[in-house]
Ligand binder design. Structure first.
Ligand code: MN
Length: 338
């Protein structure tokens, strides 16, 4: 539902006329094994096959927040394949920017599914980029900590991971303290930016810009991956009260700022549980990437999913009145430490 709404909105705004749309390859089992353990996919298929006949919520290694659904085995290969194909457009396709809005599954682990992420397409995409680019900067805007990607690269200096996330006792996945900075050769190559409820677009723009400027200057990556999880948008139904208060413009500005460094850039989606708002955000980001912001009318054009955008049928995401608990002093302290 999320992706058909998004793709339909992108077409309604005629943004597809300003980019190449390239069907992804389906990832092979060998592709998945570049990161995932050799038994993992087999377990996944076995669980999916069993669930057709027996009602099972827990079959190794599926977490309770990763229910089995029909066609799961093909779904993971498509998600992974989309991101790997997008990465290949940067390594061998001659493109500067590649987008895969259905990718960005940052919680997937080497041998387990976690947090709605059955496969870690981001890690697979970064490994593909490594075939051509030595140093990769990974930026994660999702409200949840990008734990799977951090864990995969925490002992190497070839990937600098930077995760902006809400960090509070009890908030999923619970990791991402500012003191976690990587190990061994990866020491100081995992950056965590823990934030409090109510984080606003003003705060994000300021913080993102300071952090990326410093990362570009000190790390000088050869390519960039940005995960644009949209669950930090105001009123995300899964995160609920205590969430963030972002709008599509502030996330779009982070994307624009990232592209301003003219490095090969892979743009991915991620969380975002209010389908209309996630579609609003990623359609706007698409316009930013193809530099066609003028095509975006504030009134959403007529298209098959128009009725989902009520009651106002407008593009801008409605903000909440929650107080931003990240005051300037807190944000400046975080910047200093990071
Ligand atoms: Mn998330």
């Amino acid at each position: 539902m999320q992706s058909s709404m998004l793709h339909s909105l992108i077409i309604a705004y005629k943004l597809h006329e300003h980019m190449s749309i390239i069907p992804p390859e389906i990832a092979s089992i060998e592709d998945l094994k570049e990161f995932h353990s050799s038994d993992y996919y087999l377990h996944l298929c076995a669980s999916a096959a069993l669930s057709d006949r027996v009602l099972l919520t827990h079959v190794l290694p599926i977490a309770s927040d990763c229910p089995i659904f029909p066609n799961l085995a093909n779904y993971v290969r498509l998600v992974a394949g989309g991101t790997i194909s997008a990465a290949k457009l940067l390594t061998e396709g001659g493109y500067d920017v590649a987008i895969h809005w259905d990718g960005g599954r940052h919680h997937g682990k080497r041998d387990s599914a976690c947090g709605f992420c059955y496969i870690n397409d981001i890690v697979l995409g970064i490994l593909e980029l490594h075939k051509k680019y030595e140093r990769i900067l990974y930026l994660d805007l999702d409200i949840h900590h990008g734990d799977g990607v951090e864990q995969a690269f925490q002992t190497t200096s070839k990937v600098l991971t930077v995760s902006f996330h809400k960090y509070e006792p009890g908030f999923f996945p619970g990791t991402g303290s500012i003191d976690d900075v990587g190990y061994g050769k990866g020491l100081n190559h995992s950056l965590n930016i823990p934030l409090r409820p109510g984080f606003s677009g003003v705060g994000l723009r300021y913080l993102f810009s300071r952090v990326i400027d410093s990362a570009m200057e000190n790390y000088n990556p050869d390519a960039i991956v940005i995960q644009c999880g949209a669950d930090g948008l105001a009123n995300d139904p899964l995160v609920g009260r205590g969430g963030w208060n972002l709008d599509e413009r502030s996330i779009g500005e982070c994307v624009a700022k990232t592209l301003s460094f003219n490095k090969p850039t892979l743009v991915l989606g991620g969380g975002g549980y209010g389908n209309p708002n996630a579609a609003r955000c990623w359609a706007w980001c698409t316009a930013v990437i193809v530099q066609q912001e003028e095509l975006i009318s504030e009134d959403i054009p007529d298209h098959p999913f128009l009725n989902k955008y009520g009651p106002d049928f407008r593009l801008p995401v409605d903000l909440t009145f929650y107080k931003d608990r990240n005051d300037t002093r807190y944000v400046d302290d975080v910047i200093k430490k990071v």
